[in-house]
Ligand binder design. Structure first.
Ligand code: HEC
Length: 323
C-alpha cells in the first residue's frame, strides 16, 4: 500500500487531514483556528516537519537495508516493491470471463480450413455473454408466467394503487395538520371545538374594536352582509392575516396568530352573519354575495381575483394618502 501512494501525495493529504481535525476541535469562531490562535499555527508547522522527517527516515532506512542485501535478495526486494497485488485477481477474473485460450494453446482450437493463409479459431462463447444470455432466458420465463399467466399487477395498476394510498395519506395528513391552512386552502370550519377556539381568540383580540357580538365600533360591523375588504372565508382570512387598509387600525394578525387560529376566528366571526347585534354600526362597504363570485363556466371560485382587486384598491388608496 505504501508504494501505491507516493510521498508527495501522502504528506499533504495527512497534513490537511490533521489540519482539518484541529480546525474542527479548536473553537475559533468565524476565523480559521491558525489565524485566531498562533499556537495552532506553530503546532501545524511542527506536524508538517514531523511528517516530512518520518518520510525521510523511512526512506533512508529502506535504502540502508537495501544496500546490506546480497544480489539475489536485492532482486527479490525490487520485484516485491514493483508488484501490485490488488489488480492480479481482477485481471484473472477478466480473463476467465472472456474465456479465451492463451496463444500457446490456440493450436487445439484451430479449424482446418485455410483461406489464403487466413485461419479461423473455434473459440468458446465468452462466459460473460453466455451466462448473461441464460439469465435473460430465466428472466423471460419468470416474466411471462408472472404477468401473462397469473396476471400480476402491471405498472399501471401499481401506480393506481399507490396513488390511491397516497391520496388517503394526504387526507389523513391534512386532518392532523390544520395548521397548514393558507389563503388558498382555507375553508369554513364547522367543528364546535374550532368555533369555540375562534370565539376565545375573538374575545381576547378583537372585541375591543368589533364588539363581542360583531356589532362594530372602531372596526366595522361584522354581522351585516356589507364588507369593506370582501366577505367569504378567503377574504376574511386574508384581511385578518394581512390587516386592513393602512391607517385604519386593523393590523395584520399573521405575526401573532397561527394560520389555524386565523381560520378559527374567521369561521367564528362568519357565524355573526344574519344575527342582529345589540348596537350595530352602520353598514360600510359593499354587499357581498358569495354566489356572484362563482365563475359560471367552470364553477370555480374566484376569490383570489377579488383579493387582488381589493389589494389594488387599497394600494391606490395608500398612494393617495401618501401624496
Ligand atoms: C384596533 C382595532 C381593531 C382590532 C383589535 C381588530 N380590528 Fe378588525 N378591523 C378594524 C378596522 C378599523 C377595520 C376596517 C379596516 C379597513 O377599513 O381597511 C377592520 C376590519 C376587519 C375586517 C374586515 C371587515 C370588512 O368589512 O371587510 C375583519 C374580518 C376584521 N376586522 C376581523 C378582525 C379580527 C378577527 C380581529 C381580532 C383577531 C380584529 N379584526 C381586530 C379594527 C380592528
Amino acid at each position: 500500500m505504501r508504494h501505491l501512494i507516493p510521498s508527495y501525495v501522502r504528506v499533504p493529504v495527512l497534513f490537511f487531514i490533521i489540519a482539518g481535525i484541529v480546525e474542527y476541535f479548536v473553537d475559533s469562531g468565524e476565523k480559521a483556528a491558525f489565524i485566531e490562535e498562533p499556537i495552532v499555527l506553530v503546532f501545524l508547522i511542527l506536524v508538517l516537519f514531523i511528517l516530512i522527517a518520518i518520510e525521510g527516515i523511512v526512506g533512508s532506512i529502506e535504502n540502508i537495508l537495501y544496500q546490506s542485501l546480497d544480489e539475489e535478495a536485492k532482486a527479490r526486494f525490487v520485484e516485491a516493491k514493483n508488484k501490485v497485488p490488488q489488480f492480479n485477481k481482477i485481471k484473472e477474473l477478466y480473463k476467465k470471463l472472456l474465456g479465451t485460450k492463451p496463444i500457446e494453446e490456440e493450436g487445439e482450437i484451430i479449424l482446418d480450413h485455410n483461406y489464403d493463409g487466413i485461419k479461423e479459431l473455434d473459440n468458446n462463447l465468452p462466459p460473460w455473454w453466455l451466462y448473461g444470455f441464460y439469465a435473460t432466458i430465466i428472466f423471460g420465463v419468470v416474466y411471462m408466467i408472472r404477468y401473462h399467466v397469473f396476471n400480476a399487477d402491471g405498472q399501471y395498476e401499481e401506480y393506481e394503487t399507490e396513488y390511491a394510498v397516497a391520496l388517503k395519506e394526504i387526507e389523513e395528513y391534512k386532518k392532523n395538520a390544520k395548521d397548514l391552512v393558507d389563503i388558498n386552502t382555507v375553508e369554513i370550519l364547522t367543528d364546535a371545538a374550532d368555533l369555540a377556539a375562534g370565539k376565545k381568540i375573538f374575545e381576547v383580540n378583537c372585541v375591543a374594536c368589533h364588539m363581542a357580538d360583531g356589532g362594530g365600533g372602531i372596526g366595522p360591523n361584522l354581522a351585516d352582509e356589507h364588507w369593506i375588504l370582501g366577505g367569504g372565508i378567503k377574504n376574511v382570512f386574508n384581511t385578518i392575516s394581512e390587516g386592513g387598509r393602512d391607517g385604519k387600525g386593523m393590523i395584520a394578525w399573521k405575526t401573532s396568530l397561527k394560520p389555524l387560529e386565523m381560520a378559527q376566528v374567521s369561521s367564528y366571526l362568519l357565524t355573526f352573519q344574519g344575527t342582529v347585534p345589540a348596537n350595530p354600526k352602520e353598514a360600510e362597504g359593499e354587499i357581498w354575495i358569495e354566489a356572484s363570485l362563482e365563475n359560471t363556466e367552470t364553477g370555480e371560485e374566484v376569490h383570489d381575483v377579488n383579493i387582488e382587486v381589493k389589494k389594488v384598491i387599497s394600494d391606490s388608496l395608500e398612494t393617495a394618502i401618501d401624496y
